[in-house]
Design a protein around this ligand. Structure first.
Ligand SMILES: [Zn+2]
Length: 343
């Protein structure tokens, strides 16, 4: 279905701001109010952080309304076309991951590059089309970020990161596909638990605890403290936003491993290849013991208990081993709490 006859066709999965930018850059499209392209999203305070208005997915925003009006387009149709479709996005200012092959192919096909919705997701790691790691935009994300992304890929770079070796990337792609397939069969309750564990393992460092385990999984040492993030709740929310694709990958692997989505043997293959190239990877039997939750206070502990809810905990399973140790070493010993996670 052609959404807007006479205007550039939106790429599959493109965000509305990206498409509008490409439309307005066409010389034949006369923009009544050119200041639209300079639209500065309104900001509001959420806790100690200022969050920008979401111009990509808030179809009630003045920007989108004005832009669609100037093109005489139907707002409801635009919403159907550019809606999130189940994606949970990061904050607008954190939408900085992109696929370098997608933007290059856009330009090779004679069009301006477009920004994809899948890159905005909180669990985005790889491009679904090209099965490669997403790249980090090095400039501030603006309306023209897809063009900035293309310009960045056109710079001469020396790929020295061992993590990006083709065979390691292929193994990561196999693991990610395996996890995605497995997630497709999860119950709503288990899918929610997977999402919570993914976020927990990626939690950001605060003034009184370190970053989540996923940041350390491949032997890296992230910055210890973040003064902007104070509570465990914020650490969990912003951890995903502040994480690179390597930590996001580690966190999904960890969450899937804990919940039985991937097995020891599959992880052993990846571990062996990591060690071959000097990338650190813990022994398989060390994985559960190395996972810790960043609870600095009894309130944090209770918050975690409330957030995780009543998930299924089969005796002897990995998830049982994980929480048994957590309850014993943190709950009972430090907080003198008898709270039991799951049921
Ligand atoms: Zn791609």
């Amino acid at each position: 279905m052609k959404f807007a006859p006479g205007l550039p066709t939106a790429f599959s999965d493109e965000t509305i701001t990206s498409w509008l930018y490409r439309v307005f850059m066409k010389s034949r499209v006369v923009l009544e109010d050119p200041s639209l392209l300079l639209a500065d999203p309104q900001r509001s305070w959420v806790g100690v952080n200022a969050i920008a208005e979401d111009l990509d997915f808030n179809f009630g925003s003045t920007f989108i309304k004005k832009a669609l009006l100037s093109l005489s387009l139907d707002a409801n149709l635009a919403k159907c076309f550019f809606d999130l479709r189940g994606i949970v996005p990061v904050s607008p200012s954190r939408r900085t991951l992109f696929c370098q092959y997608c933007v290059r192919e856009d330009v090779a096909s004679g069009q301006m590059p477009g920004w994809r919705k899948q890159w905005c997701a909180r669990d985005a790691v790889m491009c679904n089309c090209h099965n490669v790691d997403l790249s980090q935009l090095l400039s501030n994300p603006t309306f023209q970020k897809s063009w900035d992304a293309f310009a960045q890929t056109a710079q001469p770079t020396i790929v020295s990161d061992i993590w990006l070796r083709a065979d390691l990337q292929r193994l990561r792609m196999i693991l990610m596909r395996r996890i995605q397939r497995w997630k497709g069969f999860l119950s709503v309750k288990d899918a929610r638990l997977f999402g919570h564990l993914y976020e927990l393992f990626l939690s950001a460092p605060t003034y009184n605890h370190d970053a989540g385990v996923a940041h350390y999984f491949y032997g890296r040492r992230p910055a210890r403290r973040s003064c902007q993030i104070i509570t465990l709740q914020d650490a969990i929310f912003y951890g995903v936003e502040l994480s690179d694709v390597q930590a996001r990958f580690a966190s999904q692997v960890l969450a899937a491993y804990v919940l039985g989505g991937i097995q020891e043997q599959e992880l052993s293959v990846f571990r062996h290849r990591c060690l071959t190239y000097g990338v650190k990877h813990p022994e398989i039997e060390e994985i559960i013991p190395m996972i810790r939750f960043s609870c600095a206070t009894v309130d944090d502990y209770c918050y975690l208990h409330r957030v995780l809810g009543r998930f299924s905990r089969k005796k002897g399973s990995k998830v049982d081993q994980l929480f048994l140790r957590f309850e014993k070493t943190v709950g009972v010993r430090i907080f003198n709490s008898s709270l039991r996670f799951g049921c």
